[in-house]
Ligand binder design. Sequence first.
Ligand SMILES: [Zn+2]
Ligand SMILES: [Zn+2]
Length: 435
Amino acid sequence: MLDVQEIKLKAAIFKKFSSYKQEPVPEPENYVDYILKTTKPLPPITWSNLLNEIQWISVVLIFVPPIVGIIGARHVSLRWETFVWSVMYYLCTGIGITAGYHRLWAHRSYNAPLPTQIILACFGAGAAQGSIKWWSRGHRAHHRYTDTDLDPYNAHKGFWYSHIGWMLVRPRRRPGVADVSDLGRSAVVRWQHEWYLGVMLGMAFGFPALVAGVGWGDVWGGFVYAGVLRLVFVHHSTFCVNSLAHWLGETPYDDKHTPKDHMITAFVTCGEGYHNFHHQTFPDNEIRKGVLSMQLKKLKETQDSLAWPSDSNDLPIVTWETFQNQSRKRPLVLIAGFIHDMSKFVEDHPGGAHLIKKFIGKDATTAFFGGVYDHSNAAHNLLAMKRVGILNGGHPHALDDKTVPPASRLKIAKYAELNSTASYGSTTACSDSED
Ligand SMILES: [Zn+2]
Ligand SMILES: [Zn+2]
């Protein structure tokens, strides 16, 4: 069935393409922006239109089970057999969603024999989250338009919106176009969609009660605990994939969008905690590039948080005479072409103040690099922080290890900061002396 929005969209697309003969219309630069500009959302929810906009089936399925479950638990005591069965059935219906709805059908990540498909379709229906076809259509749009208004559970609209809010009222926009025609060819998917209400009620409430009733004579316990309360848990477990998995954790593969990885999410959602990775499906080489980029970003943050020696171009070039004159006023030492001001360091020098004083106004290059003591990398890094000038004629050679402190030999640079000779295939890290 077409709704008004879709008819308008089709009319707009027809108009666009029918004008091709006279004047070619370029592809929209951004499909999402184009659709958002050319289609009107439904009016915002207000108190006056709220009742007409509520999706009652979702509201009932989400809010009635916790109420019925709590009331039921006050009247029906929990037997250990029923407890074990409830946990088992929670996992069965959870896996019906994760392994069935999500991996097998929405993403077609693997193939399964017919009996497995039927079991997953039934268990998935027992999680009461809509039919495979409806669920997969929304989920494919979620992947294709992640974090935009065409993503049905757009995480940018907040934790609770992506958790349950998106289901409670009619969506203000249709989810972006996503092809589910492949699922239409599956007899199991068609069957489950056609008989959904019956299969859902049977698997969500009837089957768990039946097992407990036939198994150990606890039909009401089976209904309340393995049926109703188990449903509440499996609901919020799945809903957390849209909310928690886009909110809590790290982005080790890509930070362009909200999906994140976290162990808590993995436990809460029956194994969907690897969500940052989940939104990426590429060859191993490209995945590793993503990981590298994220690591470089973090390292760049550390790099930017540290103080670095003055750039050679910012230092004044001074003559030998000036160096000598200045050295009478403050403790200046020449090392590898750079003049260093040791004022605040003389007394702290681990080798003793006398060694620095001995070289004031002199070239201490050889002494620093092994003549007296072969200084550590940390000492070399610290020395570079004390640079105040460059000796005219003793201009440091950029490729000399003595002039480039160890911490500056491998640094991370943004693409725009790399010199113009860098090729398009270059990495973002540039080593300026090593290798
Ligand atoms: Zn997915
Ligand atoms: Zn997601």
